[in-house]
Design a binder for this molecule. Structure first.
Ligand code: ATP
Length: 237
């Protein structure tokens, strides 16, 4: 049997100033699941995400991605397996052309031609912008840039996609188009968001974190229908 895409067990972490941001977080995501990570500002969502790709080192507990522990000897492979799409596409787009940007990740992980060009084409097709390959990322719309940023990660064939506020700053059309793309990928996803309608549309399951603790984990539909839960954890529909 395949190991789960993500297993977080007893994860605790304090920042160097002593601020304890996570207290024994458990989170298991099976292959193919789409899960929203919800919680108010300062809940610990970003801190958790930065443990998945090994930016932060756990104070206690373990994180495994596709069965591989997030630990120093495996960090290169972990960074391939954990495809983080940042909120700001500027963090991911910096080459002269879209194709160069999409090729950058897999090339770094050792993919060579002709496989490299195939990865670029497949990733741009998957996000619905096959015609943008030769364009400069600087001259694209916000929605196009977000899709290309997603393609840069898909081209590395990650075990899990981690999307940081994917719907922020998108107009309604771009927002809907991105949702269609994400649903069509058929990939394991963890989506960090304050946009509860988007979580409902995309993620059958949600996990709510507050003050560094998982306070709810279940069907998004049910969690978002619980006014007490929403009020207690400052979640606004
Ligand atoms: P947001 O929704 O606003 O992005 P978040 O859920 O991602 O919030 P985190 O950024 O993970 O929350 O922060 C969790 C806690 O850790 C907060 O109390 C925050 O102030 C604190 N924190 C974050 N970064 C640092 C840091 N570098 N040093 C000390 N404390 C930090």
């Amino acid at each position: 049997m395949n190991p789960p895409s993500l297993e977080v067990e007893g994860l605790a972490f304090a920042y160097p100033d002593g601020h304890q941001a996570l207290f024994g977080v458990d989170l298991r995501i099976e292959r193919g699941e789409r899960v929203a990570l919800l919680g108010p500002n300062g809940a610990g969502k970003t801190t958790l995400v930065l443990h998945l790709n090994g930016v932060h080192r756990a104070g206690a507990g373990t994180v495994r991605v596709g069965g591989l522990e997030v630990a120093k000897p495996y960090l290169q492979e972990i960074r391939r397996r954990v495809g983080v799409v940042f909120q700001d596409p500027d963090d991911q787009l910096f080459m002269p052309t879209v194709a160069d940007d999409v090729a950058f990740g897999p090339a770094n992980f050792g993919v060579v031609e002709p496989e490299l060009s195939l990865r670029v084409k497949t990733a741009l097709d998957a996000v619905g912008v096959p015609d943008l390959a030769d364009r400069s990322p600087m001259h694209l719309s916000g929605g196009q840039r977000r899709r290309v940023a997603l393609a840069t990660v898909l081209a590395c064939d990650p075990e899990i996609l981690v999307l940081d506020e994917p719907s922020s700053n998108l107009d309604p059309v771009a927002r809907r188009e991105l949702a269609e793309v994400l649903l069509g990928l058929g990939r394991t996803m963890l989506m960090v968001t304050h946009d509860l309608p988007y979580a409902l549309q995309l993620c059958p399951r949600s996990v709510v974190i507050d003050e560094g603790v998982v306070v709810a984990d279940g069907p998004t539909r049910e969690l978002l229908a619980d006014p007490d839960l929403l009020a207690r954890h400052r979640l606004e529909l």
